[in-house]
Design a protein. Structure first.
Length: 256
């Protein structure tokens, strides 16, 4: 059984949604394929990005069926909300859910494809011109567009931040992968700097210092070195957690 929701003014896209549901694995241009898969579909002169979420385990299927919105539905609804708050994200179009025996099996999130020049992950640790300028502009976007508005992206990694270069050395930032966002009344400076711990593995100290110092300036911290230290600490702690998790998983699979 399928459940299709299309944004109010876009019901003419029903044939596209039917095509996605029936032929996702056979059609479209693969943009990303790991745990989840993203394909590009062309329809009536527009390009659409479709994210197919992997089939969840049985416990998650029960949770998503009765207690929590699916990742596709959350992606759609959160994208609508952040757009209303003035934050750039690819225009949400709708989502599809497939259930079997009353339990969620597959889900797809559909949005307009948004061209971009690069991701923040490609900027960090690079030797590209104007890197520091881009990093400072990114921190300004994060602090003023997200944190001051109570938007907390729980997977705020470099690959989920798109950069479009505009005229006059200006940059437009957009966020993607929104199913893990929370909306808070207030985000403290400490919680905000912790939110930057996922930006890139092996991030060098110079880049972290630039980011931390700019965040301290914007948040009014009188001791910028404290903010830089916190960012270094949160980043190293997160990297250690990832390594420990990977090590445990490898050893556990070997044991089995």
């Amino acid at each position: 059984m399928k459940n299709i929701l299309i944004d109010n003014n876009l019901t003419h896209l029903s044939p596209l949604f039917e095509e996605i549901y029936t032929d996702f694995n056979a059609k479209g241009e693969i943009l990303y394929s790991k745990r989840n898969e993203i394909r590009i579909f062309d329809y009536q002169g527009e390009r659409y990005a479709v994210k197919s979420f992997r089939i969840p385990n049985i416990i998650s299927r029960v949770i998503y069926s009765f207690f929590r919105q699916s990742k596709a539905e959350r992606s759609f609804r959160y994208a609508k909300r952040v757009s209303e708050l003035g934050v750039n994200t690819p225009t949400p179009v709708g989502y599809i859910e497939e259930t079997r025996l009353g339990l969620l099996r597959k889900s797809y999130y559909v949005c307009l494809y948004q061209p971009y020049n690069e991701t923040l992950g490609e900027i960090i640790n690079s030797n590209k011109a104007h890197k520091n300028e881009i990093l400072k502009a990114f921190v300004d976007f994060t602090y003023n567009k997200l944190h001051k508005k109570g938007i907390y992206h729980k997977d705020y990694s470099g690959g989920n931040i798109l950069i479009e270069k505009l005229e006059g050395n200006q940059y437009r930032f957009s966020i993607i992968d929104l199913n893990r966002i929370s909306f808070k009344k207030r985000i403290s400076a400490r919680k905000g700097i912790e939110n930057l711990r996922r930006l890139s593995g092996n991030t060098n100290i110079d880049d972290l210092s630039t980011i931390g110092e700019e965040y301290a300036r914007l948040s009014g911290d009188e001791w910028p070195k404290r903010t830089i230290f916190r960012l270094l600490y949160y980043t190293l702690r997160f990297e250690f957690y990832k390594m420990a998790k990977k090590h445990l998983k490898e050893n556990f699979s070997t044991f089995l």
